[in-house]
Design a binder for this molecule. Sequence first.
Ligand code: NAI
Length: 245
Amino acid sequence: MLKDKVAVVTGASRGIGKSISLALARQGAKIVAVDVTLKGMDELLAEIKSLGSEGIAVEGNVTVTADTETMIEKAVAAYGRVDILVNNAGITRDGLLMRMKDEDWDAVLTVNLKGAFLCTRAASKVMTKQRFGRIINIASVVGQMGNAGQANYCASKAGLMGLTRSNARELAKRNITVNAVAPGFIVSDMTEALPDKVKQEMAAQIPLERFGTADDIANAVVFLATDASAYITGQVLAVNGGMYM
Ligand code: NAI
């Protein structure tokens, strides 16, 4: 479905970004895997190869303008184009409002929101020339419903949804769609470490009675990257088991 397409995925070395990279590769896309660390990248590139596709790893920080330009240049140098951008890199620095440090606010807003802006600005120059692009931003259910102790994170993810809609309006005439995926609670290193009781309480808030998986998110991203979603732009696709409707 994505043969001859080139996808840049940020935060690709592990977790949801890794699953997204593999799911896009499974559909034939060539992967430009970007992360601040190259740890795990050899394994990722080997897995991509075993799926019959190919990719390159690029060390880069989404908060550094020059890095975002370089990652797009490297994609074009390797494969000649950039069809898909997945803004997945994200961090948390949780804390209650009254105790939240300025630097924790700035760090989360800078990676989660400014990072997506910088990568989108760099990629959109190439996509505009191509008259084709699919930009997918990984938001979060808590950007829709809020969460105590995550003022910075929720604000960044709500901001990402606004950025999604604004960019969708601006880029539509160039045949570039911009959408967001808002994951609910996803099985990850972070959620695995929680006590069973807490996990059960969290699952009880979810109508489908389970945490999501990274593959649940990756499947939604694949949909938004393919022609099956060609008439969808500016939307937030919630993948949360029904916990927020
Ligand atoms: P993770 O922490 O396992 O992976 C994030 C990746 O982003 C890491 O490889 C990290 O090195 C990279 N990264 C961090 N800062 C970066 C920067 N400045 N430049 C480039 N790369 C950077 O996180 P996970 O769980 O895989 O989350 C991926 C995305 O999904 C994030 O945007 C997160 O906010 C979002 N999300 C995750 C949920 C969950 O339950 N795990 C739920 C909802 C949203």
